[in-house]
Design a protein around this ligand. Sequence first.
Ligand code: BGC
Length: 755
Amino acid sequence: MTVTQLDVDALVTQLTLEEKASLCLGSDFWHTAGVERLGIPKIMVSDGPHGLRAQLNEADHVGLSGSVPATCFPPAAGIASSWNPDLCETVGKALAREARKWGVSVILGPGINMKRSPLCGRNFEYLSEDPWLAGELARAMVDGVQSLGIGTSVKHYAANNQEDDRLRVSAEVDERTLREIYLPAFERVVTKSQPWTVMCAYNKVNGTYSSEHHWLLTEVLRGEWGFAGAVVSDWGAVHDRVAALAAGLDLEMPPDLQRSAPAIVAAVNEGKLPESVLDETVRRMLRLVSASMPALAERGDFDEAEHHALARKAAHESAVLLKNEGGVLPLMPAAGSTVAVIGEFAQTPRYQGAGSSQVNPTRLDIPLDELKAALGDDVTVTFSAGFGVGRTSDDEKLAAEAVEAARAADHVIAYLGLPSTDESEGFDRRHMDLPANQIALLEALAEVNDRLVVVLANGSSVIMSTWQDKAAAILECWLSGQAAGGAAADLLVGRVNPSGKLAETIPVRLQDNTSYLNFPGDSGFVRYGEGIFIGYRGYDATEREVSYPFGFGLSYTTFAISDLEVSQQGSVEGGDLAVDAAVTVTNTGTTEGAEVVQVYVRDVESSVARPIRELKGFAKVWLQPGESQRVSIGLDERSFAFWSVRLGRWAVEGGEFEIAVGSSSRDLAVSETIKIDAPSIAPPLDADSTLQEWLASSPGRSLLGRLASPLFRDTELIKVIGTMPMRTLANFGMGMAHQKLDELLEDLRGAGKKA
Ligand code: BGC
């Protein structure tokens, strides 16, 4: 079937000014505007990132009203723990099939903001504290969705890292931190996968609303990264439609029909907004509509059971086995034994977060039923709620019943987690603790059973240091979608081997997180004072013990990583540096399983502060018992670069770099130090350069040598005056007068020219 697509250039010449203005706004909560007389249809956009929230009749952006039944896949916090881009791509395709069925052209996701603080209420919707991991998984998801003719909206651009005051707060963040931490995930998705749209954030960045941020929306996104799609506002993020248009924001959602269209028309008529700017936006909107048309013409359907099975597979890989003392898992109850299942979440599962991403699931696994089925009829399974979710009056009674059940049982599994009132879009948490009634229950259970298994359901990380020694095993399932219950059962009985790895660090205390003193800010500002040192970069730099490090996760088998070989091709100077890190990974245990090989890079010596290690590549490898595989992970120039504020670009500083490979950020089995040559990035010497800087450069040293001043040879004195600019030394007449300095500078310029 041939599908009509729009002739964008011709249409731009036929549209009236009013029609052009109308195309820059939605026509209602979920639709763009059409122009009937020219055959331009409306298209529909819908949340969400881990399952469709298509509202065919109702409309809200906080998840209050109903939406069509859709598969609820694991939210980002879960699926990120899979460290599996292929899985993300497959889930992306499934999301696209569901979108096609309902005539939705653009899915509003994935959410790829960095987890700056564990307290962010929306962390369940975000992937990681690491930009490389988040960017790589999001890229795969976008590829999956878009391969079936449905668009994505990568969100929320940029620096939307909290919910408190999110519609107004100004994220005060320096450029290097933006470039190295908060922008790279967006950059990767844009440069690799060209998402059809990018959604701007609500908040301000350094005083300017993201929706009006020319530098973010036009200079960086389009100018530097080559984004060709449309920028969509977050719902209600536009304040001044004309300023937003001039900054590069194409589509205002939902539309302020009363004010925005007339304001655009007036601005063009009054010469305040060049019509060419409007035309560019119109072109981008028409291209978006045009790209949507093939899928709308051939909608198709999806197989609910198949998608549920995929949700289960995704939930398997989302779970992280944090602790498994004495091999308490997988559970292998003898025939005739009793398993006590405890915890309200076993019968009322928590599997997704609240707000705009809330899905109306096609079906829902009940963890208790799933576990019973997995254990079979030879085992007796008892259930006690143990605690009330959000209620506390019955807690003592419920806990006492649970303790009795545990006492009578051979195996005890406690399903704990965060109630939905503790985390949601719209507000941030104040602490990271599990509810007190659950911790009290856990302590009481540990008294009567020393092989307690804890299964967790939570979207943001929780503090475990206060209770983890009471549990023999901890399976962190995050919020992992409608099939979470079945997936947990599969993992508990060993039908599936856990393979998830933490996409965020679990700290010992909230106070150890480097954003602690600056979160969530006040008086309209939040200062990103920790700079580039978020997540493991921060815990490593401040040498904090953590409960479970970034990248960590156990398996029912064991792995060995060995024989690192690093090879280097090309050069920084030639712009084609390519480094390859190859290791052998072996399944040294007795069960089939998967290991995630992680590559971290460290600049051994640097002129700027750099993290102790940064993830720059990874690969998930499935191996049979005894099997080995050679895995090679490629690194490029950017893997070694930092954002030089002085040069206004990425820069590699020549010297030694350590490449460490292992199974978590704090378990790096093998490492090798390589030397990378790169052109000097030291600033040219001038009168503002310090004495130390002059002495550190060979022309500077030789020129100073000519002065024959004892001051410049006195190492003790140099410690004191070495940080003074040459101009200041000349002011004080220390070692030289101004005239002498001028001569040195003249000679320096001459030497530079000759070179
Ligand atoms: C959220 C977005 C969402 C939009 C539409 C906003 O409140 O921040 O992530 O896509 O609503 O529901």
